[in-house]
Design a binder for this molecule. Structure first.
Ligand SMILES: Nc1ncnc2c1ncn2[C@@H]1O[C@H](COP(=O)(O)OP(=O)(O)O)[C@@H](O)[C@H]1O
Ligand SMILES: [Mg+2]
Length: 542
């Protein structure tokens, strides 16, 4: 205690929370986030409907999407949102899993803190445990090659089974595999996948099963003139970010015409200029013209007469994808366009999708450019199918790059928990307690999977532990049958990267939150101050 006058180091009214209070508030906030997504884990998990202030809704089962859309305020809760975002960017799947583990790690830590175990000891134990968990996962993993389609498709199916896409998972898993197989590049260190090569186009209408893989680029536009060919084989494509129009003056101009023949002259000059532009395009040898800007009606007419297939007002990102896929250089004026700028594709074709027409550019110079055309009855369905397909292609990419998979349905989590408890006793000391808690936290996965399916989690856990104690390391909970069985045989498998990254991201966040014993609202933090924080001023407290 400092005697006498208290010394204020923070401005009056600043919010501050210290010691146990700060930690308790942080843990509670983080647990709150985990609880919010926990019920969506697994194939029997529920979806969330997120409604924004404008009344727009998103219906999803995807952990990271739920958290991104939630207006999270508490700083520790925000750290949990980061966990799912990290998981999403590193793996693309397992975002709910990572947050559920992080929440469980904090929940378990809380009981140790209540027993006066110092948070730094817990943090240290958790770090050791995470390393051990990854070693156990590695040891339990099975190698798989890119050609083993049957296995890899199963992993895509596991990923899709927890989404509303599950009814079409066989077809979608097959497409996911073919998509990634087409873009995977063999390097000295194994296969690498560049997701930039995969274009995703959503088209509302039709059935989820109408979703298809196109070996090329899809431009969501129709040809500009009905007289143009429906299909151009052996396409020479001019790609532009300029208009085929006569520039209008930027300021109001008055043109005084005394002689009626002048109007004719004036118009025919405009006509002449547009004709000239089309002629220049034709002279480069192009038979397809795709531009980001507009094409004048008259120019459309001349292009059609020349038998050139033309598309206008194409998205900038599509223009870039087209340029990359066909090898075309993007020209910024007709005058600049030269034969060497043209790109190549085996075919450019107008295809009817639902009630609309789209342009498919297939057989591109770069065969690694592929597109997924996502279909579904309503906007919400198409959006969720897109999210599910993004997860599923990432799963396929992860397993093709790493070449290893593990058992799902909580099997590898229980394997880790069981072996972790042995490891804890070997470590001994104060860390032992934390390592045991880590083991408990891993079991949160099968527990949540069971509870979400309305199955008694305690029975399941006991049976799973018994099976694992007998060496049945790939036994997990099959939610199609409700039985405990060999997940590898049941085809409920997932890339090792999902689990590995979930362990890392969850541990990092838990440790970071545990090491905070002081939450101070800083300048300009506004509403980000800790709830119920103590008033500022250090003097006299503690
Ligand atoms: N048929 C199944 N039976 C049991 N568990 C399953 C089955 N299919 C998927 N899972 C499990 O569901 C979990 C993934 O659920 P999901 O809702 O996709 O969450 P995440 O966002 O973490 O990917 C994984 O643990 C996976 O093993
Ligand atoms: Mg998933």
């Amino acid at each position: 205690m400092m005697g006498g006058q208290p010394i204020f180091i923070l401005k009056e009214g600043s919010k501050r929370e210290t010691g146990r209070d700060a930690m308790k508030a942080n843990i509670d906030a983080a647990k709150g986030i985990a609880a919010a997504v926990r019920t969506s884990l697994g194939p029997r998990g529920m979806d969330k409907m997120l409604v924004d202030s404008l009344g727009d809704i998103v219906i999803t089962n995807d952990g990271v999407t739920i958290l991104k859309e939630m207006d999270v305020e508490h700083p520790a809760a925000k750290m949990m949102v980061e966990v799912s975002k990290t998981q999403d960017s590193m793996v693309g799947d397992g975002t709910t899993t990572a947050v559920v583990i992080a929440g469980a790690l904090l929940q378990e830590a809380e009981s140790l803190i209540n027993q006066n175990v110092h948070p730094t000891v817990i943090a240290e134990g958790y770090r050791m445990a995470a390393q051990k968990a990854k070693d156990i996962l590695e040891a339990a993993s099975t190698p798989v090659k890119i050609d083993d389609k049957a296995k890899i498709v199963k992993m895509a199916e596991t990923s899709l089974s927890s989404k509303s896409a599950t009814g079409s998972k066989v077809k979608l898993a097959d497409i996911s595999y073919e998509t990634i197989k087409a873009v995977a590049e063999k390097t000295e260190e194994g296969y690498k996948v560049d997701m930039d090569n995969v274009q995703i186009v959503k088209k509302q209408g039709g059935d989820i099963d109408d979703t298809e893989l196109i070996y090329g680029i899809i431009v969501d536009k129709e040809k500009v003139h009905p007289g143009m060919p429906d299909e151009v084989k052996n396409a020479k494509i001019a790609v532009m970010d300029a208009a085929l129009e006569i520039k209008k003056p930027e300021f109001d101009t008055n043109l005084k015409i005394d002689d009626p023949t002048m109007i004719q002259k004036f118009l025919s000059q405009e006509e002449q200029m547009l004709k000239e532009m089309v002629k220049k395009v034709k002279e480069t040898g192009a038979n397809v013209l795709i531009t980001q800007k507009g094409i004048d009606d008259l120019a459309q007419h001349y292009l059609s007469k020349e038998g050139i297939y033309a598309v206008r007002r194409v998205k900038k990102s599509d223009i870039e994808k087209l340029s990359k896929a066909t090898g075309a250089s993007i020209a910024s004026s007709v005058d600049e366009l030269s034969p060497s700028d043209l790109g190549n594709a085996a075919s450019v074709e107008q295809v009817k999708i639902g009630d609309d027409y789209m342009t498919f550019v297939t057989g591109c110079k770069n065969p690694k450019a592929v597109s997924l055309l996502i279909r579904g009855g309503t906007e919400h369905v198409v959006d969720e199918i897109e999210r599910s397909m993004v997860d599923s292609i990432h799963v396929v990419a992860a397993v093709i790059e790493d070449g290893k998979y593990v058992a799902g349905g909580g099997a590898s989590a229980v394997d880790i928990a069981v072996k972790m408890r042995d490891y804890a006793t070997q470590v001994g000391g104060r860390q032992q307690l934390a390592i045991e808690k880590f083991a408990n936290a891993m079991e949160e996965i099968p527990r949540a999977l069971a509870e979400n399916a309305g199955i008694n989690a305690i029975d399941i856990l006991i049976n799973l532990r018994t099976a694992h104690a007998k060496g049945k390391v790939s036994y997990g909970l099959n939610l199609y049958t409700g039985e405990i069985e060999d997940m590898t045989k049941a085809g409920i498998i997932e890339p090792i990267r999902v689990g590995r990254q979930a362990i890392d991201a969850a541990t990092e966040a838990a440790v970071m939150i545990l090491r905070i014993d002081d939450v101070i609202a800083t300048k300009g933090s506004g509403s980000a101050s800790p709830p119920g924080g103590a008033p500022g001023g250090m003097g006299g407290e503690d």
